[in-house]
Design a protein around this ligand. Structure first.
Ligand code: ARG
Length: 467
């Protein structure tokens, strides 16, 4: 009996014409991406419907065939959504799984769908659509996180806490001001997300394998139908570009780094030694052996997820760095990195938003800590400059002596008797005590962006108007 190369059991029905027998098991395993790219089913179907509609509009396929194709694709969409679709590894990827099912459903008309396109522009389209949606979701999630911080900042615009450099007490700040630092960070992340959406907002479909196509297609029509600003301008670049995925990962890595710093602060703040915040039960766990413990597991896991996200960024940069133009199969490895990072990022932002909203802030502990470690020393030096006309360097020296004296007496700067201060510098009067409290210290820092409650409130208003 003559061997038939259309036997789909022994050779792939999409490119099987040249192959006498099916791929061996290892080839099938290394080649198949259906295990992960089935996530792209909705984007693939959307793209195919837009493509088929354009083909019919341009007279490249008949309206009847287009109707069959669109109907079949919608049936497949509900099959997949309803869990009634059997994915086959033999059919490699989501594109061929869907096309093969379409052939079963509508017969030969299915074969016309792939006119004037290739899996290279098809996958570029599907993945772009997916990343675009993910960026839009990230933008919304960052907005909620920023809103959570704005609420806490408003509530604590006057709550004094120690500000740190080198994790050593530096100067008093307000907790509201500290919260607003995170608003700035996540605000930058969100604007990076918006720029990334702008960068990727070009439709790849119609670039075909790499060179474009001889069919009279209308790429502007498909771009519009799929919600893109315009079509991409170079077909070679289009099928070999994964910048949009790398940009997503880079943004995820920077956002993750911010989330991880916040996680680290929450871990520190929630220790009994600091006691600045108490996490809600919802975002902490107990120890199976030590009944007294409440562990900041969610914060720790956010800190760890950042490691995974960084790994994904490096992986995709490495996958892409040696590839000649245009498409190479290496690029199939782009998806798992992005899917994994997206899942981690979503979880991390959601967990942090919950933690920030739920945590109890211990303002008494913060205030007590704010006053320790001679945190108002700079205020004393500034007072000497302002009120006694000393050059700042001399004031710094005088203050250093006052700090040393307080340290030797085991008291705070504000607890030093006036006589002691005057012995160090005769120009000091009892007015100095007005600036030695932590409240006076923060209230005085009215420079633009400074920690004074009045300034913090201005920044809150600025962000409220933009959130
Ligand atoms: N599964 C493939 C991917 O994810 C689709 C594109 C295949 N193109 C090809 N020329 N083999 O990249």
């Amino acid at each position: 009996m003559a061997e038939s190369n259309t036997d789909t059991k022994s050779s792939n029905q999409m490119w099987g014409g040249r192959f006498a027998s099916g791929p061996d098991a290892i080839m099938e395993e290394i080649n198949a991406s259906i295990g992960f790219d089935k996530k792209l089913f909705a984007q693939d179907i959307r793209g195919s419907i837009a493509h088929a509609t354009m083909l019919a509009h341009q007279g490249i396929i008949s309206a009847e065939d287009k109707d069959k194709i669109v109907h079949g694709l919608n049936t497949i969409l509900s099959e997949i959504e309803g869990g009634n679709f059997e994915f086959s590894r033999r059919l490699e990827d989501i594109h061929m799984n869907i096309e093969a099912r379409l052939a079963t459903l509508i017969g030969p008309a299915a074969g016309r769908l792939h006119t004037a396109r290739s899996r290279n522009d098809q996958v570029a389209l599907d993945f772009r659509l997916w990343v675009k949606e993910e960026l839009e979701k990230t933008e919304k999630m960052l907005t909620s996180l920023i809103a959570a911080f704005l609420d806490r900042a408003e509530e604590h615009a006057e709550s004094v806490m120690p500000g740190f450099t080198h994790l050593q007490t530096a100067q008093p700040v307000t907790f509201g001001h500290h919260c607003m630092a995170y608003v700035e960070m996540f605000g930058r992340d969100r604007s990076r997300v918006r720029h990334a959406i702008e960068h990727l907002d070009e439709s790849p479909i119609g670039a075909a394998a790499l060179a474009g196509t001889g069919y009279p297609i209308d790429r502007h029509m498909t771009a519009k139908a799929l919600g893109f600003r315009e079509p991409t301008r170079n077909s070679i670049d289009t099928v070999s570009d994964r910048d949009f995925a790398i940009e997503f990962l880079a943004i995820a890595a920077i956002t993750g780094m911010h989330l991880s710093r916040l996680a680290e602060e929450i871990v520190i703040w929630s220790t009994p030694q600091f006691g600045f915040v108490r996490l809600s039960d919802a975002f902490s766990t107990g120890s199976s052996i030590m009944p007294q413990k409440k562990n900041p597991d969610a914060a720790e896991l956010v800190r760890a997820k950042t490691g995974r996200i960084n790994g994904s960024l490096i992986a995709l940069l490495t996958i892409m760095k040696g590839l000649p133009l245009a498409y190479s199969k290496d690029m199939q490895e782009d998806k798992e990195q992005v899917f994994d990072a997206a899942e981690s990022l979503e979880l991390a932002i959601a967990a942090m938003t919950g933690m920030v909203r739920d945590m109890t802030v211990n303002t008494a502990r913060m205030k007590a800590a704010a006053g320790s470690g001679f945190s108002t020393a700079t205020d004393l030096a500034d007072w000497l400059v302002r009120e006694a006309g000393l050059p700042f360097r001399d004031a710094h020296h005088v203050t250093g002596r006052a700090v040393a004296l307080a340290e030797s007496k085991g008291c705070d700067l504000a607890e030093l008797p006036l006589a002691d201060l005057q012995a160090i510098h005769s120009a000091i009067t009892d007015k100095v005590y007005d600036v030695l409290t932590v409240e006076a210290s923060v209230a005085s820092r009215k420079s633009f962006g400074g920690t004074a409650p009045s300034e913090v409130r201005k920044q809150i208003a600025f962000w409220r108007a933009r959130n």
